[in-house]
Design a protein around this ligand. Structure first.
Ligand SMILES: *[C@@H]1O[C@H](CO)[C@@H](O)[C@H](O)[C@H]1NC(C)=O
Ligand SMILES: *[C@@H]1O[C@H](CO)[C@@H](O)[C@H](O)[C@H]1NC(C)=O
Length: 442
């Protein structure tokens, strides 16, 4: 059995959800100046998830940044060790409520002052201040360095004080990494595991029950430090990937357009698939609880590939494990607030789940979802690509969206994550329009 214990091991992450890089870039391309940053838009989610090593930037590149990063250097080993000790002593199941409780109240179904808003992948490469941090450190180095991870986590709120929440900067693939499946980041290809699960025999190479503190404690450290940095102004989301989405990467060995190999696994090896999905669920629940105890006050489970499966298969191999994670977390932390994001597959069965909120992509019909989930808070679901359009179009669509969802049991968001080419000013128009539209609602 392969153990994966060393946090300091060479890891490479993928920016599946919150990460920085999601278009594959050539190195020469990356040497272009900070402000001239453009990225190739990518069609496939596999390309979306790739990241690349950036060239170190010059001090002069930092000059003129409107929201300069406060931290660009990694922490020293002794600083990290000290932080870890402090965090481990400070972990607890209940943290004082933040000043801004809009998202928390919305998830509890209580009154909100204003419609809460945050953006998936809000800490990302579209922000020059993020690129300034990423320029000096590889993606996973940022994830593994609590100083850098917390810096990029809080950046969006410096620029957009209206944001009602932060989400910890990390990646869903830290979980298979913790199980002993190492990743490489290959230029022009993206994340590639050193080996993939070709057949159920390969499951033996994994440690299905790694110690969560040993293998993922660095995320808890980052959460704890972020908590200190936000000074309890707003709550912070912790997150993990859903087992079905994680399994896809483990089986394909990298991103895929079709996830056909993973679907084959479900048909050919249903028992082994269930075994693995359950192990991922159990580890993910522990991982979420660790984030919760380190200061997260909301949790989200991202099932980015939910829409790839036919509904009955998703029910059996996807939704079941999404629900298991929420049940396991709530069994130990009944007060935890959890959002499930079964992207493009918001099945009715989630109405019976322990989730407090359901994330919707822009393919969802709001009225239909309100009927399907009368007792859940809905989150979403603006077409993220509207941020490429003009600001009047953004404002108009945002007002319409808020009107349609209403102020009750609603958390405004995009239907999918921010992309590197998006203009920060357009994101600002989106966020501010949420608040304007909210003030017009009773
Ligand atoms: C959803 O669950 C609630 C109970 O939590 C129930 O009252 C409601 O009827 C259910 N709705 C649907 C559409 O299943
Ligand atoms: C769920 O929502 C339905 C419809 O709005 C309502 O009648 C019912 O009382 C709610 N159930 C719970 C458990 O909140």
């Amino acid at each position: 059995m392969m153990m994966f214990k060393s946090v300091g091991a060479v890891l490479v992450a993928v920016s599946v959800l919150e990460g920085s890089g999601f278009s594959v870039q050539s190195r020469s391309f990356l040497k272009r100046p900070l402000f001239g940053f453009r990225s190739r838009s990518s069609q496939s989610s596999a390309l979306d998830m790739a990241t690349a090593t950036l060239e170190p930037i010059q001090a002069s590149d930092l000059q003129g940044l409107e929201f300069p990063p406060q931290v660009t250097e990694p922490m020293s080993p002794s600083e990290k060790a000290e932080l870890r000790e402090e965090r481990r002593a400070a972990m607890k199941p209940d943290w004082p409520l933040p000043k801004n409780t809009n998202v928390i109240n919305a998830l509890k179904g209580e009154e909100v002052e204003a419609v809460p808003v945050w953006m998936m992948r809000q800490a990302g490469r579209y922000l020059p201040e993020f690129r300034a941090v990423r320029a000096g450190s590889e993606f996973l180095k940022v994830c593994q360095d609590p100083g850098l991870a917390s810096e990029v986590t809080v950046q969006p709120r410096r620029r957009y004080p209206e944001l009602d929440a932060c989400i910890i900067f990390s990646d869903i693939l830290v979980v298979p990494q913790a199980m002993g499946q190492p990743l490489q980041m290959l230029p022009n290809r993206g994340p590639v595991f050193d080996w993939r699960l070709e057949s159920p025999e390969d499951i033996k190479k994994l440690d299905l029950t790694p110690d969560v503190e040993d293998s993922l404690g660095y995320v808890f450290d980052a959460m704890y430090l972020t908590k200190k940095k936000v000074d309890n102004e707003v709550p912070i989301f912790g997150f993990c990937g859903a087992p079905w989405t994680i399994l896809g990467y483990m089986v394909e060995g990298e991103g895929s357009r079709t996830w056909a190999e993973t679907k084959r696994w479900l048909y050919d090896y249903p028992e082994e698939s269930h075994k693995l999905l359950e192990a991922i669920s159990r580890l993910s629940a522990k991982y979420l609880i660790g984030q919760w105890d380190s200061g997260a006050q909301m949790l989200q489970v991202f099932d980015t590939n939910a829409g790839v499966l036919p509904p009955h298969l998703y029910e059996e191999f996807g939704a079941k494990y999404m629900r298991m994670i929420a049940d396991l977390v709530k069994a130990e932390r009944p007060q935890a607030l959890i959002v499930g994001f079964p992207k493009d597959m918001p099945l009715a069965s989630f109405n019976d789940s322990s989730y407090d909120g359901i994330g919707l992509s822009w393919t969802a019909d709001v009225q239909e979802m309100r009927e399907r989930f009368p007792n859940k808070t809905l989150q979403g679901n603006m077409d993220a690509h509207i941020l490429y359009a003009n600001k009047d179009a953004i404002r108009k669509a945002t007002h319409e969206m808020v009107k349609e969802f209403g102020k009750k049991r609603y958390v405004a968001n995009l239907g999918h994550g921010m992309e590197p080419r998006m203009d920060p000013e357009h994101a600002k128009a989106f966020i501010q329009s949420i608040k304007e539209a909210s003030s017009e609602l009773e």
